[in-house]
Design a protein around this ligand. Structure first.
Ligand code: NAD
Ligand code: TYD
Length: 400
C-alpha cells in the first residue's frame, strides 16, 4: 500500500479517487483536516476498504513513526501543505510549520522506516514530493518557460516554504540516497477546488451575486492544468520517474486572470443565465496582492519526452467540466461556506479598494462585510433561476 498525505484536500482527494479508480493497491490517507481538508470529497469511498483514513498531522514525529511501522508503505505521495498564497501573506507561520517542518518530520520518519527495509523493498521505495511552479518566481512576458534547471526565486511566503521543502527533499536524496522524486506543477483547477482560489471563487461568487475580485489589472498570467491531468502525471512519475529527479508539470494553457474570469462568466451566462444582465458585470478590480508574481509558464518537455505524459484536457474542455461540476455540487459549496470561510473572505478582501470595469469605485469594506452576515445558505436562493433548477435536496435541507 501507499501513503498519501493531504488526501482530503483539493488535489489529494482527486488523486485518491483517481488512484483507486485505476489501481487495486490500497492507500492510507494521512490528513490533519485543516480548513482545506474535507472528507466529503471522499464520500464515494465510504464502503471501499482500499481507502484507510488516518487523522494525523505530518508535524507529529511520533505519530508518523507509528504509522510507518504499522502500515509499512511502499511509497509516499506527499501533498499535505498550506497552499493559499494570500493566507501565507496574512499569516505565514502555519506555512513554515506544515510545509517546512512538516515535510522535514515526514522525511525523517520515512527515512528511518526505509532504512529498516530489506534490499528489494528498499530499492523499490519512493517518496514523491508534490510541489509548485511558484518556487521559480516570476517571468516577464518574453521570458522562456520554467524548466527543471531554472533557478529558484520564490516571492511569497507560500512559495518560499515550498522551495525550502523542495531543498530538504533534494538533500535527503543527495546525502542519504533516499529515493525521492519531486514534481513542480502549475495552477490546478477542477472538482473539489476550495472556493478561496480564483476559479472556484469566481464561479461561486458569480452564482451568489457577489463581486468577482480581480487583483490589480488582471493581466497576471498563470498556466492552468485540469486536476485529473496532474494526478495522471504524478502516477506516471511514481512509476517511471528517475530517482532524485524533479519533473515540471504544466497544461500549456497560459491565460491572463481577467480572461479566465471572463471565460467563466460567459459559460455561466450560457448555462445559468441571470434574470437581468451578465455575470461579467460583477467583476470588481481590487487592490493587488503584495509581491504578486506577474507570469508563470511551464516547460513540461522532460516528463513528456521521458514518460510520454501530456495533458488530456484543453483549457476549454476542462473549464466547462469545472463549471458543470460546481453547478451540480452546490451543496458541497454551501457546506464549506461556513462562518470560518466568511471570516477569511472578509479578512482578505474587506481592506482592498474596489472598482468595477467602468471605473466606478465601490466601498470594498461594505461590499464584503455584508457577506459576514450571510451565514444562511438560503441567501443563495435569491436568484430565481438558481432556486428553480439547481438547488438539490441536501441544500434544501441545509436551508431548513
Ligand atoms: P489544499 O490546501 O486543497 O489541501 C491541503 C491538504 O493538506 C488538506 O487536506 C489539509 O487538511 C492537509 N494538511 C494541511 N496541513 C497538514 C498537516 N500539518 N498534516 C497533515 N495534513 C495537512 O491543497 P492543494 O491545492 O490540494 O495542494 C496540494 C499540494 O499540491 C500542495 O503541496 C501544493 O503546494 C501543491 N500544488 C498545488 C497546486 C494548486 O494549484 N493547487 C499547484 C501545484 C502544486
Ligand atoms: P490563486 O487561485 O490564489 O492561485 P495562485 O496564487 O497560487 O496562482 O490565484 C490565481 C491568480 O488569480 C493569481 O494571479 C491571483 C489572482 N486572484 C485574483 O485576481 N483575485 C482573487 O480573488 C484571487 C483569490 C486570486
Amino acid at each position: 500500500m501507499i501513503f498519501v498525505t493531504g488526501g482530503a484536500g483539493f488535489i489529494g482527494s482527486n488523486f485518491v479517487l483517481d488512484w483507486l479508480a485505476v489501481n487495486d493497491e490500497p492507500l492510507v490517507n494521512l490528513d490533519k483536516l485543516t480548513y482545506a481538508g474535507n472528507l466529503a470529497n471522499l464520500a464515494s469511498l465510504q464502503d471501499d476498504a482500499r481507502h484507510i483514513f488516518e487523522h494525523a498531522d505530518i508535524c507529529d514525529a511520533q505519530r508518523m513513526q507509528t504509522l510507518f511501522e504499522a502500515y509499512r508503505p511502499s511509497a509516499v505521495v506527499h501533498f499535505a501543505a498550506e497552499s493559499h498564497v494570500d493566507r501565507s501573506i496574512l499569516g505565514p507561520a502555519e506555512f513554515i510549520r506544515t510545509n517546512i517542518n512538516g515535510t522535514f518530520t515526514l522525511l525523517e520518519a520515512a527515512r528511518s522506516y526505509w532504512m529498516t527495509l530489506p534490499d528489494g523493498e528498499k530499492a523499490a521505495f519512493r517518496f514523491l514530493h508534490v510541489s509548485t511552479d511558484e518556487v521559480y518566481g516570476s517571468l516577464e512576458t518574453s521570458d522562456p518557460a520554467f524548466t527543471e534547471a531554472t533557478a529558484y526565486a520564490p516571492n511569497s511566503p507560500y512559495a518560499a516554504s515550498k522551495a525550502a521543502s523542495d531543498h530538504l527533499v533534494r538533500s535527503y536524496h543527495h546525502t542519504y540516497g533516499f529515493p525521492t522524486l519531486t514534481t513542480n506543477c502549475s495552477n490546478n483547477y477542477g472538482p473539489f477546488h476550495f472556493p478561496e482560489k480564483l476559479i472556484p471563487l469566481t464561479i461561486t461568487n458569480a452564482l451568489a451575486g457577489k463581486p468577482l475580485p480581480i487583483y490589480g489589472d488582471g493581466q497576471q498570467i498563470r498556466d492552468w492544468l485540469f486536476v485529473s491531468d496532474h494526478c495522471a502525471a504524478i502516477r506516471c512519475v511514481l512509476e517511471k520517474g528517475r530517482v532524485g529527479e524533479t519533473y515540471n508539470i504544466g497544461g500549456h494553457n497560459e491565460k491572463a486572470n481577467l480572461d479566465v474570469v471572463r471565460t467563466l462568466c460567459a459559460i455561466l451566462d450560457e448555462l445559468m443565465p441571470k434574470a437581468h444582465g451578465l455575470y461579467a458585470e460583477q467583476i470588481a478590480f481590487v487592490t493587488d496582492r503584495p509581491g504578486h508574481d506577474r507570469r508563470y509558464a511551464i516547460n513540461a518537455g522532460k516528463i513528456q519526452h521521458e514518460m510520454g505524459w501530456v495533458p488530456a484536457e484543453t483549457f476549454e474542455s476542462g473549464i466547462r467540466k469545472t463549471v458543470h461540476w460546481y453547478l451540480d455540487h452546490q451543496a458541497w459549496v454551501a457546506d464549506i461556506q461556513s462562518g470560518q470561510y466568511l471570516a477569511w473572505m472578509e479578512r482578505n478582501y474587506a481592506q482592498r479598494d474596489a472598482h468595477d470595469e467602468r471605473g466606478i469605485r465601490h466601498d470594498a469594506n461594505s461590499f464584503y462585510a455584508s457577506h459576514s452576515q450571510g451565514h444562511h445558505p438560503c441567501r443563495r436562493l435569491r436568484y430565481p433561476s438558481l432556486s428553480r433548477h439547481h438547488i438539490d435536496l441536501q441544500t434544501a435541507l441545509a436551508c431548513v
